[in-house]
Design a protein around this ligand. Structure first.
Ligand code: PRX
Length: 660
């Protein structure tokens, strides 16, 4: 990486919020930024005060990097804040959760009912031996029992570690073992594309292959029934949900937790090596997700918040379970795939339940683009009033498609940048204040201090010859502590320090590249490992991908730098085509020319390879590491985290044939 990251793409469109939206917005006074900038601790403290505390804190923040504590000495319970205070007040009969299963079954759970359900599960966990300070591993499909079990853990002071239901036995065991979980909560199965994902069988396999010695009990929910076939129950270890939860008392007091007590561990995969157990504690995390839910999504009493993430990811933790429920909102959750039974499923769900907010990922949006605008056009999406994006940079083309075809040109879009480690949204528009630019996550959330640094730790200047089309970029660094930041990697303080706090001492290093444009907008460029060095220029893979998907034939693109004798690295692009297009030499030449025209000749790919699918992780991120292995003719690295490992094998075969 040379001193700065150049950024070549230029996007000039701007979308100010409409006067009607501004008039009703939770945040519509721009002075919020200045106030929070000059007194971040005061800003966060005012949000902490909106929560229910059993005992107030005596110090707002203690920060000696990498050690941080918020609301020191304060006592609270996250479940009390997300459930009881609403159930015992005016929201008792308000819906907390609206659920639609893949087969079409619907359940609605009010706050009063949620309190009963959560309390029973909490009592069942206690009966199974779980105590305050223990860890519980949750391996469930995206059904209401998943957030219910998370909240039940929080209620009794046990930390949960949710493992995404698409993960394998090896991944489950690795996480349960690392967290030293006492109980695994799973189900007979979950529905995905009309088939059963046999979660209990996979759990059994985890025990067979890896022991899982710390796990004493397995609690098994009945979700799919006979469709799942026989479920093997191990005597003395496995317990049916219906046998133990149903008969529990509805009364389970909330444990008094310290602000800094562990709320959960969530594993996130590094580019190599074993997954990192990212820890979050109680008071600061809940403050961060409560504030961001309210201001970024403009949450109102009668909103129906549809976040398409699974609770196996941080997005589901923060913007399904804790953030919206702490605000007393109603969340809509869906169990299955977006193309079952047809490619309009999300839009049918929005129409049927009248969702008002949709929060999804760019990879999903690009898939919808590939399927075509006729699917959303079939449905009445007029209930929507705000759209959100998360997980990777959203290219302007996808942003415009989302705005036009889902938001009818009227819904503000919040492109939210954050990480498992940051716990809550960090860079985002505030929809009643910020004029958005397609592809830019715009500005730090109030109280968040971002810096863009070069290799030497100097602030990147944006004036001078690069000021217009070639604004300079650098590393994204966070300067001040924020309440929802991770407290470290579970059982691995050294790795924590090395990964996040050693590159720029006393500053949090996020690992992403970013540029700041002349108007002070931030443009995320992806992971710094995904920056190419082509003939001395740093070019972000994301910018070339963005230019590629701007071509009408291209649905999705993944770009990598490939070793080149002269240029150092040459650009290789893997693309999938939209419905109705077929690959040809002429099309490839046209695509190369398109990128050259859009960004500049320096960014013109040497190779364009057309493929039906791209290798992605189960959370939808393209695995560029594997594409680099393919392009360099190397043996493939670890493919176990891929959603569909066959994609990469067939890609390798076809790449080699075409090269040969
Ligand atoms: O590279 C950034 C990208 O996703 C990374 C964090 O991934 P994870 O911990 O799995 O959390 C995803 C959900 C918060 C970041 O380092 N990323 C996330 N959101 C954006 C993004 N990149 C650009 N724009 C975003 N809005």
């Amino acid at each position: 990486m040379s001193e700065t990251i150049e950024s070549l793409l230029h996007e000039a469109r701007s979308y100010p919020p409409s006067p009607e939206f501004v008039a009703q917005a939770n945040a519509n006074d721009p002075s919020i930024y200045d106030k929070a900038f000059h007194d971040p601790q005061g800003f966060w403290e005012s949000w902490a005060k909106t929560l229910h505390w059993f005992q107030p804190w005596n110090r707002v923040c203690h920060f000696e990097p990498p050690v941080v504590e918020w609301f020191v000495g304060g006592k609270l319970n996250a479940c009390y804040n997300c459930v009881d205070r609403h159930a015992e007040g005016d929201r008792a009969n308000k819906r907390a959760i609206v659920f639609e299963g893949e087969p079409g079954d619907v359940r609605e759970i009010t706050y009063a009912e949620l309190k009963v359900e959560v309390s029973k599960v909490a009592n069942a966990l206690k009966e199974l031996g779980v105590q305050k300070g223990d860890r519980v591993c949750i391996y469930l499909p995206m059904v209401p029992e998943l957030p219910i079990t998370m909240l039940a853990c929080a209620r009794i002071g046990a930390a949960h570690t949710v493992v995404f239901g698409g993960f394998s036995a090896d991944s489950l065991a690795e996480r349960a073992n690392d967290a030293e979980a006492k109980v695994i909560v799973t189900a007979d199965g979950g529905w995905r594309r009309g088939s059963v994902v046999p979660l209990k069988k996979i759990t059994d396999e985890a025990f067979e292959k890896h022991g899982c010695e710390t796990v004493e009990k397995v609690l098994v929910l009945n979700r799919v029934g006979e469709a799942g076939g026989d479920v093997n129950m191990v005597e003395g270890r496995d317990v049916h949900w219906s046998e133990i939860v149903t008969r529990q008392s509805e009364d389970c007091p909330c444990e008094v937790m310290d602000s800094e007590d562990l709320l959960f561990i969530l594993y996130t995969s590094g580019s190599t090596g074993k997954p990192k157990g990212i820890t979050h504690t109680t008071g600061g995390y809940l403050t961060g997700v409560t504030a961001t839910s309210k201001l970024v999504f403009d949450l109102k009493e009668d909103d129906l918040h549809f976040c398409t993430a699974d609770c196996g990811w941080i997005t589901g933790h923060s913007y399904i379970t804790y953030g919206p429920l702490s605000n007393g909102a109603t969340v809509l959750i869906y169990e299955g795939a977006p193309d079952t039974p047809d490619k309009d499923r999300f839009w049918r769900i929005i129409e049927k339940h009248k969702a008002t907010i949709l929060y999804t990922a760019p990879t999903a949006i690009r898939t919808f683009m590939k399927w075509g605008a006729e699917y959303p056009a079939r449905c009445d999406l007029s209930s929507l009033r705000l759209l959100g994006s998360v997980g990777e940079p959203i290219n302007p083309e996808a942003w415009i498609w989302y705005h036009t075809n889902i938001g009818a040109g009227k819904c503000p879009i919040v492109d939210t940048w954050w990480q498992t480690e940051t716990g809550a949204i960090m860079i985002t528009p505030l929809p009643g204040i910020t004029a958005t630019k397609p592809g830019s996550a715009t500005h730090p959330f109030p109280g968040v201090h971002i810096k863009v640094l070069d290799d030497h730790g100097n602030g990147v200047e944006i004036s001078g010859p690069h000021a217009t089309n070639m604004t300079r970029g650098g590393y994204l660094v966070i300067e001040q502590p924020w309440p929802s930041m991770t407290r470290g990697i579970y059982n691995d303080p050294d790795r924590y320090k090395k990964t996040y706090w050693s590159r720029f001492p006393k500053n949090y290093f996020a690992g992403d590249g970013v540029k700041l444009d002349n108007d002070g907008y931030l443009w995320l460029l992806g992971r710094v490992d995904d920056i190419m060095l082509v003939a001395g220029h740093n070019i972000s893979t994301m910018e070339v991908e963005s230019a590629l998907v701007d071509h009408p034939a291209i649905a999705e693109a993944a770009v990598i730098g490939k070793t080149h004798d002269i240029k150092g690295q040459a650009i290789a692009a893997f693309v999938s085509l939209r419905a109705g297009f077929t690959g040809s030499d002429a099309l490839i030449a046209e695509i190369k020319g398109h990128v050259g025209k859009k960004i500049g000749p320096i960014a013109r790919p040497d190779d364009v390879f057309i493929s039906a699918d791209l290798p992605k992780t189960r959370s939808g991120k393209i695995m560029r590491r594997l594409l680099r292995d393919i392009a360099e003719g190397r043996a493939l690295g670890d493919t176990s985290t891929l959603a569909d490992p066959t994609v990469v094998a067939s890609l390798k075969d076809r790449y080699e044939t075409s090269e040969g």
